[in-house]
Design a protein around this ligand. Structure first.
Ligand SMILES: [Zn+2]
Length: 261
């Protein structure tokens, strides 16, 4: 490709950085097909309770933590070799940004963030679970953020010569979103079959929790704590077990697909 470098010189530095970030994501994804590091994010914690249940006053942080721990234990038992990084295993506070940075630094291959929702004051009643994906329109922002975190790592590890490959790779693939979308749909199917919660669907949004995670990622809103049925169910041992089992089964399917690529 004799004209490749000439073409690149026409790009602004910013464009190149964005493309490099895409490349970094894809090489991370495609060069290591074993799903051996995952990041489980129990939303909120410590001084940040998340949303509050209308009926019982249960705090979101105290629902999502046991669900996350249960899910992690199931994965650990079946796959002892998988390194699971938890955003928290106790009631402690950490910044959202620190969570994605930790996932990136540990080269996690999957990022799952677990939350519970609450309707806004002006909204009519809502119930059920939702799965959020990062809106493709916000991809440049996500990539720029990721790039700021990873540029030095890429440069240190691979050097200047490999940078062209990153650009090329970024142009050649878009598998990163495909995996997130697959995971979201398999979570939806399993949540429907293993829990008493209804599906509110998969939502593409300006998802700021997973923004900056350079691996396939989803955010699961397990239910509405403004809805008494969801609140009581998600507060119960059974409800938390059901959600963990649903997410675990989704993980099993996802792992098979991921490792067959
Ligand atoms: Zn939340």
């Amino acid at each position: 490709m004799p004209n490749f470098k000439a073409q690149i010189s026409q790009y602004s530095l910013k464009h190149i950085l964005l493309l490099l970030a895409f490349g970094f994501c894809h090489l991370t994804l495609y060069s290591q097909s074993k799903l051996d590091v995952i990041y489980l994010d129990a939303g909120h914690g410590g001084k940040d309770p998340g949303t509050i249940g209308d009926k019982t006053g249960v705090q979101e942080k105290n629902i999502v933590l046991p669900v996350t721990i249960k899910l992690g234990k199931m994965i650990e038992e079946k796959y002892p070799y998988i390194k699971i990084i938890y955003s928290r295993t106790t009631d402690e506070f950490s910044h959202v940004r620190d969570r994605t940075i930790a996932a990136n630094n540990n080269k996690a291959k999957l990022f799952v963030s677990i939350h519970a929702n609450h309707k806004k004051l002006e909204e009519s009643d809502k119930k059920g679970f939702e799965i959020y994906l990062l809106n493709k329109e916000r991809f440049p922002e996500a990539v720029e953020f990721t790039m700021k975190q990873n540029y030095q790592i890429v440069f240190d590890q691979f050097g200047k010569d490999t940078l062209d490959n990153f650009i090329f790779s970024s142009l050649a693939h878009s598998g990163y979103t495909r995996f997130s979308e697959y995971l979201a749909s398999i979570i939806e199917v399993n949540m429907i079959s293993h829990t008493e919660l209804i599906s509110r669907g998969i939502i593409q949004a300006g998802n700021w929790v997973t923004l900056g995670a350079s691996m396939p990622s989803v955010l699961v809103e397990t239910g509405y704590l403004s809805d008494p049925d969801d609140e009581v169910y998600l507060s119960s041992e059974k409800g938390q077990n059901d959600v963990a089992i649903a997410l675990f089964n989704a993980f099993l399917h996802y792992k098979t697909l991921y490792e067959s690529n």
